[in-house]
Design a protein around this ligand. Structure first.
Ligand code: HEM
Length: 439
C-alpha cells in the first residue's frame, strides 16, 4: 500500500496513527513519500504539518517570509548566538549583518579557499593511505571544514576534538532535537559559552594594536600608499576573523565585538556538519554509479573543475543536504493561487518546504530521474532559496567538489564489500562510511 492509501484508510479521528504514517515517510523514505505527493497531493495538509512538494510552490513558501517565517529557530539559536539572522525575517538586523558578512567573505577568496581545501584533503588521505581505507565522515568530510575553520575563518579552536564537539552539540540541538530534550539544549549552550570565552581572548590577538601602528611607522605609513584594490592586484589579507576584528564603523552602525564573536560561532556551526554530510553523500552517490564515476574521474584528471563540479552537485541532488526546510505560517495564505492545486495554509501551521522534492519536479527539472550534468543552475536548491539562502554557498560551492575530487583521484578508490561499505545514518545525518583505496 502506498503512503496515501495507508493514510486515507485510517479514520479521521485517529490522528496519531495518521501522523505516524507520514512521519515514517518523512524520516525514512523522503523521496518515496514526496514522489507520491508530487503526483497526487502536491500541497498536503496533515494534522501535524503541511508538506509542499512542487518546485514553484517550494520557492513561493521560501520567498514569502512575511507569511512563512523562520522564527521557530529562535529558541534554539538565540541562546547560543544572540540574535541570529537565520532566526529573523525582514529585520534591520538581517539587512546589516548579511551585508557585512558578505563583504568579509568575498568571491575573490575562492581560489585560495579551494586550494586550502585540496591540500587539507590530501593530507587526510595521505595519513590514512597506510591502512588503504579511510572513514570518510570523520577523517575527511568533517576534518577538512574543521581545519578550514582555522586556516580561513581564523577560528582554529583549542584542539580538534573540542571543535568537533562544539560543532556537533550545537547542530544536534538546533536542527535535530525534535523532542526538545533539555540535556541536548544544555550541551549546546555549554558549547556556546566555551566558544565565546575562547573567541573573546582570540579577538584581542586578531585586532591590530594601536601600538603596533606607532612602533612600526613604515607599516603604518604604507597603508596610505596602497593602490586601490582591483581584481588584478587583490591580495588576500588575513583570515576572516582578522578582517572582522579590524572593521571600523561609525557609532550609528551597531556592529559590536559580541556580534563578531557570534558570527565566528556561526561559521563553525554552519560550516562543519552540513559540508561533511554533502561531501559524504556525493562520494557515495558517485561510487554507486560506476559509469558516471569514470566520467567524473576523467574530468578530475583533466583538472576540468567546471565539468567536475557539475558531477558533484548533480550527485548531491539524489541525496541532498536537507530534503525539506521548515517554516512557520504567520497568517492564512493561499499557496499556488490560481492553479488547480491552490490551497489555504492556516496561520500557525508548520510547513515543510520540500527542496529535495522540488529538484525532482518534472515540470521544471527535465527527466529528473536521469543523472545529467547539463541542467541549468536554477534547477538546484542545495543551499535553500529566498532571503535565507546559505551565507556560505560560494565557499561550500568550491570546498565540497574539491574534497570529492581529491578522493576520486586516489588510485583504486572503491566501495568496501558488506556493511562497512554502506553509509550509516542517524536520521538524515551520516555517521560512518569507510571506502578503500590503494596505498
Ligand atoms: C555544503 C555545505 C552547506 C550546505 C548544504 C548549506 C545549506 C544551507 C541551507 C539549506 C540554508 C538555508 C536554511 C533555511 O532556509 O532554513 C543555509 C543557511 C545558512 N548557511 Fe549554509 N550550508 C552549507 C555551508 C555553509 C557554510 C560553509 C557557511 C559559512 C560560511 C554557512 C552559513 C550559513 C548561514 C549563515 C546561513 C543562514 C543564512 C540566512 O539566514 O540568511 N553554510 N545553509
Amino acid at each position: 500500500m502506498s503512503y496515501l492509501e495507508r493514510y486515507d484508510s485510517i479514520p479521521t479521528e485517529n490522528l496519531e496513527d495518521k501522523v505516524k504514517v507520514i512521519n515514517q515517510g518523512v524520516w525514512t523514505d523522503w523521496s518515496g513519500l514526496f514522489k507520491e505527493l508530487r503526483e497526487n497531493r502536491p500541497i498536503f495538509i496533515t494534522p501535524k504539518f503541511v508538506l509542499v512538494s512542487l518546485f514553484p510552490d517550494v520557492q513561493e513558501v521560501l520567498s514569502r517570509s512575511e507569511f512563512f517565517s523562520v522564527r521557530a529557530f529562535a529558541p534554539k539559536m538565540d541562546p547560543v548566538f544572540g540574535p541570529c539572522m537565520l532566526a529573523r525575517d525582514n529585520s534591520d538586523h538581517n539587512w546589516r549583518e548579511k551585508s557585512i558578512m558578505r563583504s568579509v567573505l568575498p568571491l575573490e577568496d575562492l581560489p585560495r579557499v579551494r586550494k586550502m581545501a585540496g591540500e587539507i584533503a590530501k593530507s587526510a588521505l595521505d595519513k590514512s593511505a597506510t591502512n588503504q581505507k579511510i572513514e570518510v565522515v570523520h577523517d575527511l568530510a568533517k576534518f577538512v571544514p574543521i581545519r578550514l575553520c582555522g586556516d580561513y575563518f581564523g577560528f582554529p579552536g583549542p584542539d580538534l576534538d573540542t571543535m568537533y564537539r562544539w560543532a556537533k552539540t550545537t547542530q544536534d540541538d538546533m536542527f535535530r532535537n525534535l523532542t526538545n530534550d533539555p540535556k541536548i539544549h544544555e550541551a549546546s549552550v555549554q558549547s556556546s559559552n566555551e566558544m565565546r570565552a575562547y573567541l573573546t581572548d582570540l579577538f584581542e590577538e586578531k585586532k591590530f594594536k594601536e601600538t603596533e601602528k606607532s612602533t612600526n611607522f613604515f607599516t603604518y605609513l604604507s597603508q596610505f600608499f596602497q593602490p586601490q584594490t582591483t581584481e588584478e592586484n587583490y591580495t588576500a589579507p588575513g583570515d576572516v576573523f582578522t578582517r572582522l576584528a579590524n572593521l571600523k564603523f561609525p557609532p550609528d552602525i551597531p556592529f559590536s565585538k559580541e556580534r563578531i564573536i557570534a558570527h565566528m560561532m556561526i561559521f563553525l556551526v554552519g560550516s562543519i556538519e552540513g559540508t561533511a554530510q554533502v561531501i559524504t553523500q556525493a562520494i557515495d552517490q558517485l561510487l554507486n554509479r560506476p559509469e558516471i564515476f569514470q566520467k567524473a574521474l576523467e574530468a578530475a584528471k583533466a583538472n576540468d573543475d567546471e565539468t567536475f563540479d557539475k558531477y558533484v552537485w548533480e550527485a548531491v541532488r539524489f541525496n541532498p543536504f536537507s530534503p525539506f526546510l521548515v517554516r512557520f505560517c504567520e497568517a492564512d495564505y493561499t499557496l499556488a493561487a490560481g492553479t488547480p492545486r491552490e490551497t489555504i495554509i492556516s496561520r500557525g501551521s508548520v510547513v515543510l518546504a520540500g527542496v529535495g522534492s522540488a529538484m525532482f519536479d518534472p515540470a521544471i527539472v527535465k527527466d529528473p530521474d536521469e543523472f545529467s550534468i547539463d541542467r541549468p543552475q536554477y534547477n538546484y536548491m542545495h543551499f535553500g532559496y529566498g532571503s535565507h539562502t546559505c551565507g556560505g554557498e560560494h565557499i561550500a560551492g568550491v570546498v565540497v567538489p574539491e574534497v570529492v575530487k581529491q578522493i576520486l583521484l586516489r588510485p583504486g578508490l572503491k566501495l568496501l564489500p558488506g556493511e562497512e561499505g554502506k553509509v550509516k545514518y542517524q536520521g538524515y545525518i551520516p555517521t560512518r562510511f569507510v571506502v578503500g583505496y590503494d596505498r
